[in-house]
Design a protein around this ligand. Structure first.
Ligand code: THU
Length: 150
């Protein structure tokens, strides 16, 4: 836990700034909750995306899964090493971290097991405390994984 973005390494700080900026790409007319995510790949390239809602509510995509799908589709050989997540809400301040929903945790877990690499998470709002979690899998104990399907 860090009290502000200024306590992060330069690499983590720049990724969180990307995630903050990616909130602008959100399409969230129903929740007015704009989430941005930025992923750093093993090569150092950075991709970002945002939540995309739909009038048929369950179709909406979270920012995290938008970015994971973009990375896997365009750079299938390159593991995501770090993902930063931020948000801006019309309903209140963006002064504390949010953490990925259950569906995104499962998707992050699959990406980790598929590539054999941990995905470090950097969670922070537009201001305030930042959480750094060394592996997304830590957020999903007793996960259901592909080993059950063999
Ligand atoms: N959302 C995300 O994009 N990521 C999260 O980690 C939590 C929630 C989106 C889904 C929906 O568009 C809006 O935020 C409100 O739930």
């Amino acid at each position: 836990m860090f009290s502000s973005i200024n306590e992060l390494t330069e690499a983590d700080k720049s990724l969180l700034l990307e995630a903050r900026s990616a909130t602008q790409k959100s399409y969230a007319p129903y929740s007015n909750f704009h989430v941005g995510a930025a992923a750093r790949l093993q090569s150092g390239s950075v991709l970002s995306g945002a939540n995309q809602e739909n009038a048929a509510f369950p179709i909406g995509m979270c920012a995290e899964r938008v970015v994971l799908a973009t990375a896997a589709s365009n750079f299938p050989q390159e593991p995501v090493t770090t993902m930063a997540i931020s948000y801006e809400s019309k309903g209140g301040p963006s002064d504390h971290p949010i953490s990925p929903c259950g569906m995104c945790r499962q998707t992050l877990q699959e990406a980790e097991s598929r590539t054999g690499r941990p995905i470090k998470l950097i969670l922070g709002g537009m201001e305030g405390a930042v959480y750094v979690i060394e592996s997304a899998g830590q957020l999903l104990p007793l996960a259901f994984t592909s080993t059950e399907l063999k």
